[in-house]
Design a protein. Structure first.
Lengths: 216, 216
DNA sequence: GTCTATACTTGGATAGAC
DNA sequence: GTCTATCCAAGTATAGAC
């Protein structure tokens, strides 16, 4: 289930023919997961979208599941990069909610998190897939924790809130909102929650800037 | 995609042969969704679990998707009944969190919510399934709202909190936590959040019993 | 090393038996 | 009305061509 180098050397930006085909397949796998979900992401469907012979999936990736994991890796890496950039300029809780809402809107429109959701839900049907998907969620938890630490870590709130637990909950909420939004096609319910969160964050801003309990 | 009565009269507790087969199939569909997910819930897999010929699914339900919807109906009805009973005796926020945690633990262990998650995630791969699943989520949102109204509706908190929005978020969170827990097999992370919620609810209890703002 | 044609398996659905 | 045997499409995977 792990990636196997086809050549003697694993190169990130390879311009060989193999690398081109692989990229096409990964891209097509992502799009197919977004459009038709895990069940619809068959070798035939993905290969057709990539404009490539179906057998190439097994040559380059060994199995459909491994191609889908490569797709998940790709989406995950892209998203983590953008999330990191977005959060870099953030200081206060309400600023964090602002950028989170912008990112969430983009995630919804582009369907990035759908890939995650489909892989998580689909994992139960393919033996051995669960642990692989689970491992790839690590960065998402780590990021959520980092974002919270950055904004409320220094304030008195940080020592009260169980940051790790809350970060876990935030990721779960994010996945759940994505699922529901994708299902009924209505973004407004989910986005409304971000507005509520922003009101709440406004209160936390004040709390963070004027610490009521002095630290020695 | 809607249910079609096989007889002239739709009866809830029918003891005919047809009804027996239907019940077996619905039960098997639920178990298959729990064990193998949406992708694994094929006509053959379900029929084998039910100990029944595969063709019966199409005779009794018309399609696999319609059988899965019947399974979702069954799980949803069961759960709503139990949720309702559990919440009936609840008054304060912290009591609500208590019963919610007990229910959540049971849901995790029995896999009830997995059925929901798999159907939501699987909906994108079967044309026309989305709206059907979406409609079946209505009772879940309604219940979450009702539970919140019951506990914080009378208190000053009720007029401040956007109950409808929060209820939507609670359902999303519930689905997300179920997904993550099912994926990594570790209940403790999710259950920890309930502990945190209980601490928070303790504060709300006091707020609710002593209203600072008087209502005319 | 890369890819295509082909083999075989599983899945959805129905025609027709009882 | 209820169910089974059978059909055809779609799925994964590989043997062998280039």
């Amino acid at each position: 289930m792990a990636k196997s180098g086809t050549s003697s050397r694993v190169v990130a930006r390879d311009s060989s023919r193999s690398a081109g085909t692989r990229r096409q397949l990964v891209e097509a796998a992502i799009e197919t997961l977004k459009a038709d979900g895990f069940t619809g992401a068959s070798a035939r469907a993905i290969a057709e979208r990539a404009g490539v012979n179906q057998g190439l999936i097994f040559y380059h990736f060994g199995s459909v599941a491994d191609l889908l994991l490569a797709a998940l890796d790709s989406v995950s890496a892209q998203r983590m990069e953008q999330y990191g950039e977005a959060v870099d300029g953030v200081g206060s809780p309400s600023e964090l909610v602002d950028v989170a809402m912008a990112i969430f809107r983009e995630d919804l429109d582009a369907g990035h998190v759908t890939v995650l959701v489909e892989m998580i839900a689909g994992a139960s049907s393919t033996p051995g897939l669960g642990p692989e998907v689970s491992a790839r969620l690590g960065p998402w938890f780590a990021f959520a924790e980092r974002a919270m630490e950055r904004t409320v870590g220094g304030s008195p709130l940080g020592s009260v809130l169980p940051v790790r637990d809350v970060a876990y909950g935030i990721v779960a909420l994010y996945l759940g909102l994505e699922m529901l939004t994708h299902l009924n096609g209505d973004r407004t319910r989910a986005l409304g929650l971000f507005d509520d969160a922003k009101n709440l964050a406004g209160l936390l801003d004040a709390l963070g800037s004027s610490p009521p309990t002095g630290e020695p």
